[in-house]
Design a protein around this ligand. Sequence first.
Ligand code: FPP
Length: 300
Amino acid sequence: MRPAEVVDRRIEAGISSSSAGATAARLEPVVDATATRHEAPARRLIHVGVIMDGNGRWAQRRGLPRRFGHRAGADAVRRAVENAPRLGIGTLTLYAFSCDNWRRPAPEVEALMALFEDYLARERKHALREGLRVSVIGRRDRLRPSLLDAIAKTETATAGGRSLHLRLAVDYSGRDAILAAVSRQPWGRPLDRNAFEQSLHEAIHSPVDVPELDLVIRTGGEQRLSDFLLWESAYAELYFTDRLWPDFSVADLEQAVSEFARRQRRFGGLARDDDDEDGDRVAIAARAPRRSRRARGGGS
Ligand code: FPP
């Protein structure tokens, strides 16, 4: 295969190209919504998860209480959300509050809950205007009624949004989600992977048609998942940056997505341009994702 063809095919498949010019802009919407599980979709929107770390340090470095860092973090959320569709992001899942974050001092927890409520109420109009769909994943039983009300109103109002699916993970734990899904399985029957995954999505209050997670970005210098989308990140690319979340700019997001576009994803198989031992072309390996049929169209 001629090198140019290799590059073209990689770009078509949304896989990677280390050649110059493979920018995020190339990650365009899926055109082949009928692809089977074993075909890489021709072009698709990507699902990005972000662990937004560093708000507290951002505030402390300025001699401010931590809650000011969270407020600045909300501005960084707005920036990311506004620019995500242009960068080929179809679904954006933001880790806003983990189940373990309840261990923080009560005033900080209170400030965060108020911030989420305020964000949901304020962004409702913007989301409707821009065609965003907003959902919240995680436990609902420990959230205060006014926040639950804001979630319900925003989810209902934006349910038809198609430009970006914004998912906020609030009181979320990847392990809890897996446990909840396991506990729904019928006793004594062998676990069926597809049924289990559907159950997992239901367990985290998420619609089933969420595409596979492609990229996890973590700001703030730590390199761990911290109980975020554990099952879903099985084949996600990981991107770590020292940038504190409130400082995370549009250029930083572009850089992360460009880096993703350069990564070569093999899902346990071989790259398209790898030859097998006999020198024959090897079909790209089964793309691992187990997504619902509806999800194969890319971003929801
Ligand atoms: C981790 O940084 C961040 C959080 C626990 C909260 C994330 C919340 C926001 C970004 C606020 C806005 C969100 C929405 C959805 C409006 P940290 O406080 O642990 O930072 P540190 O490691 O520097 O202490």
